[in-house]
Design a protein around this ligand. Sequence first.
Ligand SMILES: [Zn+2]
Ligand SMILES: [Zn+2]
Length: 337
Amino acid sequence: MDKCSNCGKNKVFLEGLCKKCYNEKNPLVVSFKPVKILVCFGCKKYFLKGKWTRFSKTEDMVKKVLQDRIIFNEKADISSFKIQTIIPKHSIGHNVKVDFRAVLTVFGVYKGVSKPIKEEYELKSRIIYILCPKCSKFKSGYFEGILQLRNVDEDVINYALEKLKQSEKRGIFLSKKKKVKNGFDLYLTKKGYIHELAQELLKKFGGEKKASRKLFSRNKQTSRDIYRVNVLFRQSKFRKGDVISIDGEPFKVSDITSRIKIKSLKTGNINTVFLKDLGVNSTEEIKETVVSSVFPDIKVINPYTFQQEKPMNPKNIKAEINQKVNVVVVDERIWIV
Ligand SMILES: [Zn+2]
Ligand SMILES: [Zn+2]
């Protein structure tokens, strides 16, 4: 039997060499080099092939980068491989460096040989946290416009801030939050998103939205003017379910956007009016009371006088005795809401 031409000991496996010597000369992996991965801690993107790309799980991202670096031996058919990473728990921040180990396990067969070979490689790599160009712009106070929230309640502020936290994933940032009279100014890094968010607030909370733009500077290369955008959102004074009175007639607010839908308690008709055209500043107090009689007419207890009274609503309203109902009193006349 032929002996290995290299070590002279074992029997020949391929090309005159024993398995051990052949494997040493022909590893399954030709190249697997340690990597330095740049990660932006502002927007959770990593730098690969000249581009900043979003990722969700660090492990998966690292594997992807490493996988890209492996060069397999062309003399072998790689049947499978896996990369395991052990990334220590770490906090993230500017210039934080995290060293980690990665283990690559490869299975393959050399051409012409049926016996599979398993190899293991271990290497140290490093994650370095920095800010991508976009995020460093934002960190230096960059903004494209201001969302001006006025007369807003806490729900609106919280909703907007929550949305902005989510928008970071899209690379849109709140670069400054400023308390002003009657509200807040939110400085945002993306013009288009200011409109989008204002529109959403309008739909959800009702009110008015006004946009204006301000000349900021001129781009010398393109000779184009650069504008900043201000979008004002003023929350409606009214909420769904409020009752307002117009010339002594009560209306229930049924919907609000920049227009407000109101339903007459007298006729049941629904009207749509612009908030700014509505010369009403306050709502009527809604009180709970009980139905005291249903025959021949519905009567309720006036919550202010405790007298039994016939409501002004049309006759087709149905109620049972002792039923709880909401009422408003407008010009000393009582209405079921
Ligand atoms: Zn040998
Ligand atoms: Zn970034």
